[in-house]
Design a protein around this ligand. Structure first.
Ligand SMILES: CSC[C@@H](O)[C@@H](O)C(=O)COP(=O)(O)O
Ligand SMILES: [Zn+2]
Length: 216
């Protein structure tokens, strides 16, 4: 894929973003969280652009050429490559939080099973776990961390509207699950977003273990 950059974006800046995405994708894939071309990743490049994974590639085997530039509406910039099918979820996050610079979406087994198990409640309520403090803004295990589970759909505007409705109701949002699909989380930078994703994977896994043990 060839990427022409707008004059305002130095090649080194785009390449730094692309490399950070490729490295994270490879590591998350090695954990088994991106099976079979699933998952997508992005990073804000400047106020008017984000770098995002192209659609349909195996995320464990990406190169710099598999990362493309989009505008705030998710349209390709300087390339005819096709951005992630879920680009609208990334641009929504950048629109809603100017301080967010990275979005990670994965499909781990734990995330997928948890999304199904808590879909009927519409939310997964986490409380009492020390690791909740790994999520920005949560300072105690006693806090309540709500992870909504939105119904899956191939129609992104529907999903975007549900997420907007949650936020417009004034509810905090650090991540969300999509039923039978996976998780989205975000952060100020790659390190913070990776921390969120790892913490959530751990917390979801603990909740699943508890459910299993209590049922036995
Ligand atoms: C291969 S199934 C997963 C996709 O449908 C989708 O949910 C996903 O995460 C990856 O889509 P992509 O368009 O490659 O970003
Ligand atoms: Zn997905």
């Amino acid at each position: 894929m060839s990427q022409t950059l707008p004059a305002a974006i130095p090649a080194s800046v785009f390449e730094r973003c692309a490399d950070a995405i490729v490295d994270a994708a490879r590591e998350l894939s090695a954990l088994g969280w991106t099976p079979a071309t699933s998952s997508n990743f992005s990073m804000r490049v400047d106020a008017g652009h984000a770098a995002i994974t192209v659609s349909g590639k195996h995320k464990g085997r990406l190169g710099r050429g598999d990362i493309m530039l989009i505008d705030p509406d998710g349209h390709p910039v300087g390339t005819d490559a096709r951005p992630s099918a879920e680009t609208a979820l990334h641009t929504q996050i950048y629109r809603r939080w100017p301080e967010v610079n990275v979005v990670l979406h994965t499909h781990s087994r734990v995330q997928s099973v948890a999304s199904r198990l808590f879909a009927a409640d519409g939310v997964m309520r986490l409380q009492g776990w020390e690791l909740q403090k790994a999520i920005a803004g949560y300072h105690s295990h006693e806090s309540v961390l709500e992870i909504p589970v939105f119904p899956n759909t191939q129609h992104m505007p529907e999903l975007v509207a549900r997420i907007d409705a949650w936020l417009d109701a004034g509810k905090p949002l650090a991540a969300y699950l999509i039923d039978g699909h996976g998780i989205y989380t975000w952060g100020h930078d790659m390190a913070e977003t990776r921390r969120h994703l790892e913490a959530l994977e751990f917390l979801l896994g603990c909740e699943l273990d508890l459910k299993r043990l209590r049922a036995s």
